[in-house]
Design a protein around this ligand. Structure first.
Ligand code: GDP
Ligand code: IMO
Ligand code: MG
Length: 429
């Protein structure tokens, strides 16, 4: 009963969707366990090009079933838009193929409004969120006044619950932010309708997963965001609000940590970040712009330009430490094909000393200057290479360097966005 977790190892957008799409072929169940529609996972396969935000990238499989786990937060409007988009393109996203945990929390209209208002209030210190209501909905979950998917199904109890919550939210909206209150009747009607449409999808998904594991099925856990956006280990407070790491995978779907057989860390061959917060190896020069243009580094969810920089080996080692990766997936390797010289950060210079750990304090991290190892590029197109042995020597050396700095063996190397543009350096299953 192998359980494979695919985890973002940097600041998100590492190519998790394409890796999940690839491994889905060998899986029976694919589960999203964290985040919400702040995620944007690109999949390019025989059905076309898709940007998925909430629905697991396993939905294209005729064989595997997809699960939105308890750790995910759901904006019902986005969910139905995504189901409708998939259906219109011939992909089956019916309740036979997709299950939603009754424990998953629901993004309400006040979460969306508060995300915008809180960001605005932060002014130049804004986090640069996706404005999808993520911080406010997870705050309510932890503060124990959230609304869960299962709550929408009992209309009478939901009305009473919503009335109490909305009274408090409306006080915040009107008294703190001076904006219009929300109408209880309107929110109630909208969400009762959402609940009715969602009902056939809603299941006790932990039971489903337990049964699948007992039957020896292969389960794939699809991470969202990335380790350096984790609220505990990321560049707090410039993080997201749910845990994208391997430990979060266990909590976000109800599979015990001892059941996980592989934890794959997905790393870009360089680094990117969207939104604010420290990024030691960021390139604010023409190399950074070149990477952005060549790789079309623009957000899948918001379209914002992604900040680009060299591979950060100190951050990668930290990511390996907190996740315990069993293997490293390197994506976008082909993007570096045109670079005559490459740099990999192997340490940070902080107050005159070289350190080899990722500081927890963002003021310190912001002061860190990267120490680089320089490597020659390979100046060869790798897009059609499928065997590791066929890579040019300097490309192999670059992979070796990433393995050494991160402390993690490379298993897959992406040399293009399509499903088959991958080098399997060692078997993942
Ligand atoms: P995710 O959020 O981790 O699923 O990643 P995104 O989909 O937001 O961003 C990753 C981008 O990289 C997408 O545009 C993918 O199509 C693309 N991509 C993934 N792997 C590769 C690769 O090996 N080479 C190239 N050129 N593009 C890739
Ligand atoms: P995937 O799954 C990249 C970033 C936002 C912002 C911070 C907080 O596609 O890798 P939030 O809306 O979560 O409160 O924003 O987190 N962020 C992501 N960056 N990829 C993502 O998801 C992200 N999800 C959130 O840009 O800096
Ligand atoms: Mg993304």
């Amino acid at each position: 009963m192998p359980v494979i977790a695919v985890i973002g190892a940097q600041w998100g957008d590492e190519g998790k969707g394409r890796v999940v799409d690839l491994i889905t072929e060998k899986s029976d169940v694919v589960v999203r366990f964290s985040g919400g529609d702040n995620a944007g996972h690109t999949v390019i396969n025989e059905f076309g090009k898709f940007a998925l935000h909430l629905i697991p990238s396993g939905i294209f499989s005729k064989h595997a079933v997809s699960v939105i786990g308890n750790g995910v937060v759901i904006n019902p409007k986005s969910l139905f838009q995504e189901i409708d988009m998939l259906t219109s393109r011939g992909i089956d996203a019916s309740p036979q193929r997709l299950s939603i945990s009754d424990r998953a929390h629901v993004i309400m209209p006040y979460h969306l409004i508060l995300d915008e208002l809180e960001e605005k209030a932060l002014g130049s210190n804004a986090i640069g969120t996706t404005h999808k209501g993520i911080g406010p909905v997870y705050s309510d979950k932890i503060a124990r006044h959230g609304i869960r998917v299962g709550d929408l199904l009992d209309k009478k109890a939901f009305k009473a619950q919503l009335k109490t919550i909305l009274e408090r939210k409306n006080l915040i909206l009107t008294k703190i932010y001076g904006v219009e209150p929300l109408s209880l009747e309107k929110v109630y009607q909208d969400y009762v309708e959402y609940g009715e449409r969602m009902a056939p999808y809603v299941r006790e998904t932990t039971v489903m997963l337990d049964e699948a594991l007992t039957a020896g099925k292969q389960v794939l856990l699809e991470g969202a965001q990335g380790t350096l956006l984790d609220p505990d280990f990321g560049t707090y407070p410039y993080t997201t609000s749910s845990s994208p790491i391997a430990g979060g995978a266990s909590i976000g779907c109800g599979i015990g940590p001892t059941k996980m057989t592989s934890v794959l860390g997905v790393f870009k061959a360089y680094c990117t970040r969207v939104g604010s917060g420290p990024f030691p190896t960021e390139l604010k020069d023409e190399i950074g712009s070149m990477l952005r243009e060549r790789a079309q580094e623009f957000g899948t969810t918001t379209g914002r330009p992604r900040r680009c920089g060299w591979f950060d080996g100190v951050a990668a080692k930290f990511s390996q430490t907190v996740n315990g990766f069993t293997g490293m997936v390197i994506t976008r390797f082909d993007i570096l094909d045109v670079m005559p010289n490459l740099k990999v950060c192997t340490g940070y210079k902080l107050d005159g000393k070289v350190i080899h750990y990722f500081p927890s304090n963002i003021a310190l991290l912001g002061k860190c200057e990267p120490v680089y190892e320089e490597l020659p590029g390979w100046l060869t197109c790798t897009e059609n290479i499928r065997n590791f042995a066929d890579l040019p020597k300097s490309a192999k050396n670059y992979v070796k360097c990433l393995e050494q700095v991160s402390g993690c063996p490379a298993v897959l190397i992406g040399v293009g966005p399509a499903r088959d543009q991958i080098i399997e350096k060692s078997p993942i299953i």
